[in-house]
Design a protein around this ligand. Sequence first.
Ligand code: GLN
Length: 492
Amino acid sequence: MPESPNALKSTVNNDLSTLTLAEARAAVVSGTTSATALAERYYERIAAVDPEINSYLALTKDRALAQAASVDAAVKSGAPLGPLAGVPIGIKDVLTLKGAPATAASKILNGYHPPYDATAVAKLEAAGAVLLGKLNCDEFAMGGSNENSAYGPVHNPRSLDRVPGGSSGGSAAAVAAGLCAASLGTDTGGSIRQPAAFCGVVGVLPTYGRVSRYGLIAFASSLDRIGPFAHSVADAATLLEVLAGTDTMDSTSSAQPVGSYSADLAKPVAGLRIGVPEEYFGEGLDPEIRAAIEKSLDDLRAAGCSIQKVSLPHTSYAVPTYYVLATAEASSNLSRMDGVRFGHRSAEANTLANMYRKSRDEAFGPEVKRRILLGTYVLSAGYYDAYYRKAQQVRTLLTRDFLTVFNDVDAIVCPVTPTPAWKLGEKTEDPIQMYLEDIYSVAASLAGICGMSVPCGTTKDGLPIGVQVLGKHFDESTMLRVGAAIEAAQVK
Ligand code: GLN
C-alpha cells in the first residue's frame, strides 16, 4: 500500500505502532513483558513521537503505573486476569478520570479535576486496562477536524500536514501512531467513525444506550455515545464487551443483554443480506473512496453475502436536522459552564451577570460560541416550531428510513466520509464546508443505530479510507461480523 510522504518516521519503540490489544494482553499474561515495562515503553514513545502529533493533553502516569503493578502482581500470583490485563489505553478528554484534568479541550474547564471516574473508564480499569492519559479532541467534541481544540490541533500520523478528523482526533491518532493500544472516543454525529477512517484504524459507535455515559461531559445528550478505537475489529469487540451494559448511574443506559461480540466473530457471514443505500453514493463522493467501498462490497459478495440496493430517502435532510438538534442541546448543556463552581472565572467581572458573561466570552472558542448562538436561536419562542420541532419530526423520518431498510437487510455498507483527510487549515474558514463533511455519518447518529468504520484501503497519496458498516439497534454482533469480514479481505 502506498504511504504518504509525510507519514510519521520515528523509530522509537516502533513495534508498538501496530501492536493490537490482543497481542499486548498476551505478552503481559505470558510474561514476555510486564505490564509496567509495557506502559513505560508507551510513555517513551509518547515522549518521542507525540510532540509531532499532539494527541495527549495529560498523562496519568502515577495511576497507570500503579495499575500496571497490580496487574503484574496478579500475573505473578496466578490470580485471575481481566480481558484487558495490562493493555495500555488512552481516554478522550471529555470523560472523567478521578483527580486528572478533564478539559474537553476547552479553556472553560481549566483547573477542573473531577472527583469521580466515568463508568466507561472504571470498567476498562476493572478489566485490567492501564490508562495512559487524556486525549485531545475538538472543544466539547464540536468539530470534525480536531482544529477546534483550545490546546492546538492534532496531526494525522499517516500524513502530518493533514487533519486526523474529529472530534475524537486524538483518540484515533494515538492508536494509529502507536501511542496506546486502543482508546475511547465519543461520537455524536460521526466523531468516532470519521477520525477512524481518516487515520486508518477501527472505530465503533455502539447503539444509543449500549454504553453508560456517566462521567461524560455532555455535548448533545440525545446523540452522545462512547465507543472504542482499536487496531482490529476483534480488539474493538473485546472492548465493547467490557464497556457495554446498563448502569444505575445513567438512566439512558439500556438493560438489553450484552452480546457475545468476540465469540460471534467466528460465525460465518455467508447468507447475510447487505444493503447499499443509493443516496450515499451521489455527487461529491471521492472516486477513490467509491472504488474502495465497491471493492469491500465485492469482498463481502465473495464471502457469501448478498448485496442489494436500498433507499434512505430522507438522507439529504440529515445534516441540517443534526445541526439544529445538536446545537439546541449543546446550548442547553453548556449553560452549566458559568465559572461559578469549577473552571475558568473571569478576573475582570464586577457583577454576577458580568461574571457569567465574561467568563464564557473569554473561555469558549469560536465554534462553541457559534453553536450556542445557533442552538439558543432555534429554541427561542418565535422559532421553536419552525426549527427545533420540525427537526425532531424529520429525525423520526430519518429513523423510519433505517427501520424500513432493516426489514430487508442485516447490515448497511456505505462510505464514512465523502473525502479523505484534508490539509490542516483547509476548511477552518468555512464552517458549512466542514458540516457537509458529516453527510454520511449523522443520519445513523440521529436514528440511534450502531455503526463502525473499518479500514478498506488507501488513496494513491497514501491516505487511509474507511468503510462504514451500520447495524440494527443493539445488533452490534452482526455489524462487527461484517466489519471483520471486510478486514479479513484486506490482508489477503
Ligand atoms: N462533526 C460533527 C460535529 O461537528 C460531529 C461531532 C461529534 O460527533 N462529536 O458536530
